[in-house]
Design a protein around this ligand. Structure first.
Ligand SMILES: Cc1cc2nc3c(=O)[nH]c(=O)nc-3n(C[C@H](O)[C@H](O)[C@H](O)COP(=O)(O)O)c2cc1C
Ligand code: SF4
Length: 490
């Protein structure tokens, strides 16, 4: 008998190591694999394609004796959570041993790089343009256009920088790629290097991801000969949300304070150490090997409108079936939250979801027919961001959430521009007055005016987008701002 247990950080946090040890003690050989992304079932044990979860060490004797029917989920590949997905980026999730070069090559690994090596660099960038791939870090900028700009920019040296800061609340897809399929990211970076003429890449990764750092460092060393002469260095950030902003990240990489730079110049023209630089999110780069291996059309055939391909949606917060769900763009928010996510974990009514991290809008169920698509979300004054969805049930106090959004901006502001640095602090004070019932109508008008100044006067999206959660809370959940917090709690 052979069992498979994930060594993804979430599985570990749920006790996967203890379960693996109990299986080994019972004489079962254990392979440590990547996670299927069904987080509510971790630690998930797979034997001959069938799954049991969540398994505890105490369950192991019954499992080995074939008596753990109450935790059996049948064939994992046939689980609706898996069959309803379109897994292009996460095709290997749950199926391979993360650091095994054999597993990677046996599942189509390095085919994209081989295709790029056989093409002119301009044909590679054109393939990425035609695929319609847009940046998955938040802004949704077309990846191929960015690559073409860097390829055409004069510079003594060019760089590929992978943004693995993944600071958005409720997101973990970058981490899952780096822990579960690290060669995929390395392959994507090497293809980008070939396309723009860069032989050096950096991965900027948050210090809060120790398992991903270790996996990626090991994978970089093990695959160095395969991607040579492209060379990758893993750099660990000190922990600041704003260091995910691309120019702030570049400053941090250069050893400077993580403060946002004014644009222009764009990083594509003058980026790391003043040289033309591609900065892409982990998911953007991890989508590239599929595109090169299977062609632009195979990717662009998924999606809707200008949102082509698939998006790894991350279901988090108060949700029954949290996890990683990769799907073509176009699925509605309601399908994701209710059909796939199974509604709230608490069993209470879902009242709000925040999509796109701490700068994303709060949507009520009335907006659940919004398709997951960059333009559709923008039209509803929201954003997809990095694809994270955080669910709240009807016990949430949206006036407190609005204050939280302002306070987050005040804490994380890099301090470079006034609307964000001072505006967010004044915003917290004003929201506190509203919550205390002090001159509510006038203070609400003041918050709206302040948000207008932040939106149009901030240098980067931290100050510029904080108004989205604040104003959406006021707009969709106005009743929470009409009585003091203590009355609402009563
Ligand atoms: C405050 C702030 C934080 C950000 N954090 C991240 C992050 O953690 N990861 C990321 O990929 N992009 C983040 N971004 C977006 C980056 O600035 C940039 O758009 C992205 O790295 C470009 O890659 P992409 O085109 O592949 O999305 C952030 C932006 C802002 C304004
Ligand atoms: S908006 Fe905030 S984080 Fe962005 S540059 Fe201005 S002060 Fe810095």
């Amino acid at each position: 008998m052979k069992a498979r247990v994930s060594d993804d950080a979430l599985a570990l946090a749920c006790g996967a190591d203890a379960v693996a040890a109990a299986l080994a003690a019972a004489g079962v050989a254990v392979d440590r694999v990547s996670s299927w992304g069904m987080h509510w079932l971790e630690p998930l044990v797979e034997i001959d394609g069938n799954g049991w979860g969540p398994v505890t060490p105490a369950d192991v004797p019954a499992l080995v004796a074939g008596l753990l029917a109450e935790k059996a989920i049948g064939r994992i590949e046939d689980n609706p959570f898996i069959t309803r997905q379109a897994r292009l980026t996460f095709a290997r999730a749950g199926r391979t041993r993360p650091l095994s070069l054999d597993d990677y090559a046996a599942t189509g690994g390095w085919n994209g790089l081989a295709a790029a090596r056989a093409l002119e660099a301009s044909a590679t960038t054109e393939t990425v343009v035609q695929s319609g791939l847009r940046g998955r870090g938040g802004a949704g900028f077309p990846a191929g256009i960015k690559w073409q700009t860097v390829a055409a920019a004069p510079g003594a040296r060019k760089y590929i920088v992978c943004n693995a800061d993944e600071g958005d609340s409720g997101t973990f897809a970058d981490r899952m790629v780096m822990e579960g399929d690290p060669y995929l990211l390395i392959e994507g970076m090497a293809i980008a290097g070939l396309a723009v003429g860069a032989s050096k890449g950096f991965v900027y990764i948050r210090s809060e991801y120790p398992h991903a750092i270790a996996k990626l460092q090991a994978a970089v060393a093990l695959s160095a000969d395969i991607v040579a002469p492209f060379d990758i260095e893993v750099r660990v950030g000190a922990g600041a949300y704003v260091c995910g902003e691309e120019t702030s990240l570049l400053n941090s990489l250069e050893g400077k304070r993580g403060e946002v730079r004014a644009k222009p110049p764009l990083p594509a023209h003058k980026g790391l150490f003043g040289q033309p630089t591609v900065i892409n999110n982990v998911l953007t780069l991890a989508a590239v090997p599929f595109i090169l291996a299977h062609g632009a059309k195979a990717y662009a055939d998924f999606g809707m409108g200008r949102s082509r391909g698939t998006i790894p949606v991350q279901l988090a917060g108060n949700i029954r079936h949290g996890g990683l769900f990769e799907t073509a763009f176009g699925i509605t928010l309601g399908e994701l939250v209710n059909d796939i996510g199974g509604g709230s974990e608490s069993g209470r009514q879902v009242r709000a979801v925040q999509v796109g991290g701490p700068l994303g809008a709060y949507f009520p169920p009335a907006l659940f027919d919004t398709p997951f698509d960059y333009e559709a979300f923008a039209a509803a004054d929201g954003l997809i961001g990095h694809g994270g969805i955080v669910v709240f049930d009807d016990s949430v106090d949206m006036a407190r959430q609005a204050r939280f959004a302002m306070a987050f901006c005040a804490i994380e502001s890099c301090g470079k521009c006034t609307p964000c640095r001072l505006g967010s602090t004044r915003g917290v004070e004003t929201l506190d007055r509203i919550n205390a019932g002090d001159n509510r109508a006038a203070n609400l008008a003041l918050v709206e005016a302040l948000c207008d100044t932040m939106k149009f006067g901030s240098l980067c999206a931290l100050g510029g987008f904080t108004p989205y959660p604040v104003l959406s809370a006021i707009r969709h959940f106005g009743e929470d701002f009409q009585s003091p917090a203590r009355e609402r709690a009563a």
